[in-house]
Design a protein around this ligand. Structure first.
Ligand SMILES: [Zn+2]
Length: 273
C-alpha cells in the first residue's frame, strides 16, 4: 500500500510529459512605468508605448526545460493576500511560480536557467532556479559576482546562482539541446554578456527573443541607443549581426519589453510550438 501511495503521489507531482517538439510559454511578469523616453534617446512623441512590459519565458523541449528571464520583483515580495506589488517604477500583478505551477511545472523540473542579461528587471526570481544549470557568459557573471556589483543590478535576486551548476558560454552560439531548435546567441553591448534566444518552432516558425537589444521598437527604426548601454559601439555591432541573422533565418523578432509585441503574444497556458 505504501509503494502504491508513493507511486500515486509521484504521479501527481510529476512534470508534464515532454512534448514531441519544442514549445514556448510566455508569462506576465509585470510592467515598468515612468522611465523618461530620453533615457532611450527618444522624444516622448517618437514612441507609441507608455511603458514597458516584463515577460518571463519557459522553453519546453523533448530533452528538457529552460527558463529565460525571470522577472522584475521576486515572488517572495508578495503578501498572503496576493495583491499586486510595486517597487519603485515596477509593478507585478502575478508571481511567477504559481504561473509555472498552473501549467504543471515547479523549479525542480527546470533543467536550465538563462538570462538575457543581469539587469534587475530580468532576474528577480533567479534564486528559485539555483538548482538548475545556469547558462551564462563569463562577462556577465563576472559583473554579477564582482566585489561591488554596479549598475542596474540587484545581487539579492541571484545570490544563490553563485554555487549553481554553471555552463560558461564562450561561443557566438550555444545550441542548448543539440538540435538547433533552442539556440542562445551572443549579443553584447547592453551588458558585456548580453544574449538573445533563437527558437525554431515546428508549427509557428523561427522566433528571436531579443532580450534588451532594443526596448522601444523605435530604437530599431530610428537607430537610437539607451544612455545606459555598457558599450554602445558593441551594441551597434550586435544589432547589425542580429539583423543579418534575422534575414538569414527569416525569424520574427520579439522585443521583450515592447507592449505591442507582448499584447499580441499567446500567453500561458497557450504556447508556441
Ligand atoms: Zn530590461
Amino acid at each position: 500500500m505504501l509503494s502504491l501511495a508513493l507511486l500515486s503521489s509521484g504521479a501527481v507531482n510529476a512534470a508534464p510529459k515532454p512534448p514531441k517538439s519544442v514549445r514556448l510559454y510566455v508569462f506576465d511578469c509585470g510592467s515598468i512605468k515612468g522611465l523618461a523616453t530620453s533615457t532611450f534617446d527618444l522624444k516622448p512623441e517618437e514612441v507609441t508605448a507608455k511603458g514597458f512590459v516584463v515577460p518571463c519565458y519557459l522553453v519546453v523541449h523533448p530533452k528538457g526545460t529552460m527558463m529565460w528571464d525571470v522577472g522584475v520583483i521576486p515572488d517572495s515580495m508578495f503578501k498572503a493576500d496576493g495583491a499586486p506589488v510595486t517597487q519603485g517604477i515596477s509593478t507585478v500583478t502575478k508571481p511567477l511560480l504559481p504561473q509555472l505551477a498552473a501549467i504543471g511545472y515547479t523549479p525542480a523540473d527546470i533543467k536550465y536557467l538563462a538570462l538575457s542579461h543581469y539587469h534587475s528587471d530580468h532576474d528577480a526570481n533567479a534564486n528559485s532556479f539555483a538548482g538548475s544549470t545556469w547558462l551564462v557568459r563569463k562577462e556577465d557573471r563576472d559583473v554579477m559576482f564582482a566585489e561591488k556589483p554596479a549598475g542596474i543590478i540587484q545581487p539579492t535576486h541571484y545570490s544563490g546562482l553563485k554555487n549553481s551548476k554553471t555552463v560558461i558560454l564562450d561561443k557566438d552560439e550555444y545550441d542548448v539541446f543539440g538540435d538547433g531548435t533552442v539556440v542562445i546567441k551572443s549579443a553584447p553591448g547592453h551588458t558585456p554578456g548580453h544574449q538573445v534566444l533563437f527558437l525554431k518552432f515546428k508549427k509557428d516558425g523561427p522566433v528571436l527573443v531579443a532580450g534588451d537589444l532594443y526596448h522601444y521598437p523605435e530604437e530599431r527604426t530610428l537607430n537610437r541607443f539607451p544612455s545606459f548601454e555598457f558599450n554602445k559601439e558593441q551594441s551597434a555591432v550586435s544589432r547589425k549581426n542580429i539583423d543579418e541573422f534575422l534575414k538569414k533565418t527569416h525569424a520574427q523578432i520579439w522585443i521583450e519589453h515592447d507592449q505591442a509585441t507582448f499584447d499580441k503574444l499567446k500567453k500561458a497556458p497557450e504556447y508556441y510550438q
